[in-house]
Design a protein around this ligand. Structure first.
Ligand code: ADP
Ligand code: ADP
Length: 229
């Protein structure tokens, strides 16, 4: 599903690489935590996989596409297949929950009938049935993040990339949210989640890839968070 092959990423006007020789393979169906201190390169991995940034050198394949040679007109198809969830939810504030989830389907040219059935189904999956007419500010942070997940799920992504999705949530809500990501993973979607949340990592015991200054220093099945001493 994802393959980084000796990837180096140096941002413009930057002296040291953000990623410095990353080799990482994520198979279809896996659930992977990316951990590491702030600035270690977690978000850069997510941005490269979404083709928001290009590798400086090395190979990168995501969902069967070579991102080092992908044409610009094919990037939307990649992003359709890869769902994303971010720390700050990124909902449209003046659109209802239903409109937020439906928006991408309209953009993709789905029929109104298809949208009318897909939106309630996605909201039901994330436990928000019946909240379609609320505005984002009328929901709790955890509920808003569930809307963001519903919005990612309506496109039936094969891969879900989550960058600090629990960063703005309290511990209990965070755990509920990550349990939802586990269910989504159990139904076949590959999940990669960048996180600082040691409690969640230690509770779920999934594969842990640890970054330090742009390098992978640990890649462990059923790992713990393990703080640097
Ligand atoms: P993390 O997500 O682990 O906090 P990032 O991937 O955001 O780490 O950052 C990795 C490194 O790249 C850091 O040194 C950061 O300062 C640098 N960096 C991130 N984005 C940019 C950018 N747009 N331009 C220049 N440097 C950047
Ligand atoms: P085509 O398949 O006809 O080349 P594209 O939409 O792939 O059409 O690209 C249009 C132009 O933009 C081409 O000249 C291509 O080289 C360039 N291009 C494509 N992707 C990028 C990119 N990520 N950054 C800069 N230029 C790009």
């Amino acid at each position: 599903m994802i393959r980084f092959d000796h990837v180096v990423k140096t941002y413009p006007r930057s002296t040291r690489p953000a990623l410095d020789g990353i080799d990482l393979t994520v198979e279809a169906g896996e659930f992977v935590f990316l951990v590491g201190p702030s600035g270690s390169g977690k978000s850069t991995i997510v941005r490269l996989a979404l083709c928001e940034e290009k590798v400086t050198s090395g190979g990168l394949t995501v969902a069967g596409r070579d991102l080092t040679t992908i044409r610009r007109r094919n990037v939307p198809a990649l992003r359709r297949e890869v769902g994303t969830v971010f720390q700050d939810f990124r909902l449209l504030p003046d659109k209802t929950v239903g409109q937020n989830v439906a928006y991408v389907l309209h953009v993709l040219g789905e029929t109104p009938e298809a949208v009318r059935s897909a939106v309630p189904a996605a909201l039901e999956t994330v436990g928000l049935a019946g909240l379609e007419h609320r505005l984002p500010h009328q929901l709790s942070g955890g509920e808003q993040q569930r809307v963001a997940i519903a919005r990612a799920l309506v496109r039936r992504p094969t891969l879900l990339l989550a960058d600090e999705p629990t960063g703005n949530l309290d511990p209990r809500t965070s755990l509920e949210l990550v349990r939802l990501l586990e269910e989504i993973n159990a139904s076949g979607t590959t999940v990669v989640m960048a996180t600082h949340d040691d409690r969640i990592v230690d509770t779920l015991r999934r594969r842990v890839v640890q970054l330090e200054a742009g390098r992978i220093v640990r890649d462990e099945a059923a790992g713990l968070y393990l703080r640097a001493p």
